[in-house]
Design a binder for this molecule. Structure first.
Ligand SMILES: Nc1nc2c(ncn2[C@@H]2O[C@H](COP(=O)(O)OP(=O)(O)OP(=O)(O)O)[C@@H](O)[C@H]2O)c(=O)[nH]1
Ligand SMILES: [Mg+2]
Length: 261
């Protein structure tokens, strides 16, 4: 069994991709378990094989007087006691892949103690990677490009898993944005040129330049894959990258097609 956790801001397409990527992988013959780990999910576009809502629901905590975010935190935290049950259920199913759909409020899952603990406990010694979804709408101006990449890197540091960064809903992007921006993000000086093209006050320009320089120089932005559920080829590319990372054990960094062995 190999684990794939989908992480991303609210509405970035995690649940939709959980279903579509699972179907896509199964069309190539591998088996997939779909895991819903969003205790606040009201409806899902896929039929989960394992569902955290069978154990805890955010709405139960709201009924006790908590607000929506407090209820989600309480639900995720209290789900820790069921993590080994969930793992046992997955081991009984014994799929090739288990895809974990995480809660919309990424900041509540990734930055509190519970989220990383849960991923570590469920995956145990099985290989795991995260896919970080950056909504296509972030790629329409320099400031939001830098901020979503910084968020992606911050999640990688927090969760400490190999991470594939994707631009989700890429069908919403113009071809030109894919060829002239997304595919060039990892190029040295590309982000510098993008930032310099925008009017910014000197402090914010300097901060943006330093942040993007760190992201590029550290190798964090290798390749960012545009993915659309409407484009099976993009799902193929994503699946290829998943297999590459999960098959080569600990030797991977951020997979770059140009480094194909
Ligand atoms: N155009 C387009 N829309 C998409 C794509 N993937 C998802 N969506 C839409 O984006 C919206 C949000 O998708 P979800 O899968 O619910 O996103 P999520 O990240 O699970 O949302 P939360 O769990 O609420 O954070 C839905 O209306 C989806 O139909 C895509 O590839 N292209
Ligand atoms: Mg969702």
């Amino acid at each position: 069994m190999k684990f794939i956790a989908l992480i991303g801001p609210a509405g970035s397409g995690k649940s939709t991709l959980t279903g579509e990527l699972s179907d896509h992988i199964e069309s190539y013959g591998a088996s997939v378990a779909r895991v819903n780990y969003d205790p606040a999910a009201e409806t899902l576009s896929y039929d989960p094989d394992v569902d955290i809502r069978d154990y805890v629901k955010a709405e139960d905590f709201m009924a006790e007087g908590l607000g929506p975010n407090g209820a989600l935190i309480a639900a995720v935290d209290s789900s820790i006691e069921y993590v080994y049950d969930i793992k046992d259920r997955l081991e009984d199913i014994n799929p090739d892949y288990a895809i974990i759909d995480t809660p919309g409020q990424l900041e509540l899952f990734a930055y509190r103690v519970g989220g990383p603990l849960i991923l570590d406990a469920i995956a145990g010694s099985y290989p795991i990677l995260t896919i970080f979804l950056m909504d296509a709408t972030f790629f329409d101006n320099p400031a939001s490009i830098v901020s979503i990449l910084v968020l992606a890197s911050s999640v990688a540091v927090r969760l400490k898993k190999p991470q594939i960064n994707i631009v989700s809903k890429s069908d919403l992007l113009k071809e030109k944005t894919i060829s002239d921006v997304i595919s060039r993000l990892g190029e040295e000086d590309f982000l510098v040129d993008v930032i310099n093209s925008e009017e910014l006050d000197p402090f914010l320009r300097s901060l943006s330049l330093r942040l993007s320089q760190a992201l590029v120089e550290s190798g964090f932005i290798g390749e960012v894959i545009p993915v659309s559920i409407r484009d099976p080829k993009s799902l193929d590319l994503l699946y290829a990258k998943i297999q590459q990372i999960l098959s080569y054990g600990d030797d991977y960094k951020f997979y770059d097609y140009s480094e194909e062995p």
